[in-house]
Design a protein around this ligand. Structure first.
Ligand code: AMP
Ligand code: TRP
Length: 344
């Protein structure tokens, strides 16, 4: 049996190196472990094959108000970035969530099988709704829609950054709960996949908070499309500390530790090795080196993005992806409706 991989990214704001190192890079690596669908027409017969589905989760993006024109642009921006980082639409399915109706449909069914208590405990909801009496119901139900995304494709593995751990746990809880009620093979119970290094990249200006798309200070994050000058500036300005030692210690040296994580992730070296390499040297030189490895990694992505984003092929890829995703999801929806006794 092939391993079904599913993940999604919201089409909002700037995709940054946290998204890349925590999530997108894993998407590409997992795909490389597989073989092109064209090479293998009967994928389920193959054992070493990953069957990857990568989604642009636009329904998640409207849990907070969005300008329609901006949203439409952001969807294509993220689609182009998916391809620019190395997701190959011949090997993987790439599509937009709202183009496949099963997501919203399954989300409703799962909402009837999740509890307001467990949703109230989700930290992302607590953070985003804090003090807001009129937080949208969709923001509250956000993790249930995410569970629907994953369960709709019988996904085995979900590569994400560690900030999504709680949502993955909830997805598993809901799947197991439904299976207990409606039959063990109603849903495949998925596993999260988190990287050791890069699972959580911190904000450059405040290394005790995660790097975020919505930061107001542009030097808080590095976008995948930033040029060399911006990358250098943001890294040279990154908050460190005054003891001058390059050492990995996230509790007392969060800034330096974050730079070590970034350097290690972009060079493929374990953090301990980077620490040894830089022991006894100064922050200034280290920051220059971090800027350099970051620029080297992002430059080809930026170049490919500039070619892909304006091309007509992008929409064709998304249309084809929606068709393929639709076909897989329809079978699961039929199975779930049959188990629940829904429909004529
Ligand atoms: P989002 O932009 O919230 O849709 O996130 C897309 C993916 O990037 C998810 O898998 C997140 O877990 C991951 N991600 C977001 N921020 C970070 C971060 N600062 N460090 C590592 N991974 C992240
Ligand atoms: N909630 C995820 C995030 O904020 C995005 C997401 C939505 C997702 N649906 C998903 C990730 C399904 C993995 C699988 O990053």
């Amino acid at each position: 049996m092939s391993i079904r991989v599913f993940s999604g990214v919201q089409p909002t704001g700037n995709i940054h190196i946290g998204n890349y190192l925590g999530a997108l890079k894993q998407f590409v690596d997992l795909q490389a472990e597989g073989t092109s669908v064209e090479d293998v027409p009967h994928r389920s017969d193959q054992s070493s094959l990953n069957d990857c589905i990568y989604c642009i989760v636009d329904l998640h993006a409207i849990t907070l108000p969005k300008d329609p024109a901006e949203l439409r642009d952001s969807i294509l921006d993220v689609a182009a970035l998916y391809l620019a980082v190395g997701i190959d639409p011949k090997k993987s399915v790439v599509f937009v969530q709202s183009d496949v109706p099963g997501h919203a449909e399954l989300a409703w069914i799962l909402m009837c099988n999740s509890y307001t208590g467990e949703l109230s405990r989700m930290t992302q909801f607590k953070d985003k709704s804090r003090g807001n009496e009129s937080a949208p119901t969709g923001l509250f139900a956000y993790p249930v829609l995410m569970a629907a995304d994953i369960l709709l494709y019988d996904s085995n593995v979900v590569p994400v950054g560690s900030d999504q751990k709680q949502h993955i746990e909830l997805t598993r809880d809901i799947a197991i709960r439904v299976n207990n009620k409606y039959g063990d093979d109603t849903f495949v119970v998925p596993e999260g996949r988190f990287l050791k290094d890069g699972a959580r990249v911190m904000a450059l200006d405040n290394p005790t908070a995660k790097m975020s798309k919505s930061a107001e200070n542009p030097h808080s994050f590095i976008s995948l499309l930033d040029d060399e000058a911006k990358i250098r500036k943001s890294i040279m300005r990154a908050t460190t500390d005054s003891d001058g030692e390059i050492r990995f210690d996230p509790a007392s040296k969060p800034g330096v530790s974050n730079l070590l994580t970034i350097y290690g992730a972009f060079t493929g070296k374990p953090v301990a090795e980077v620490e040894r390499e830089w022991a006894g040297r100064g922050y200034g030189d280290f920051k220059k080196a971090v800027a350099e490895v970051t620029t080297d990694a992002l430059e080809p992505i930026r170049r490919r993005y500039a070619e892909i984003r304006p091309s007509d092929e992008l929409r064709a890829v998304l249309r084809d992806g929606a068709e393929r995703a639709g076909a897989i999801s329809e079978k699961v929806i039929l199975r779930v409706k049959e188990r629940f006794g829904l429909g004529a």
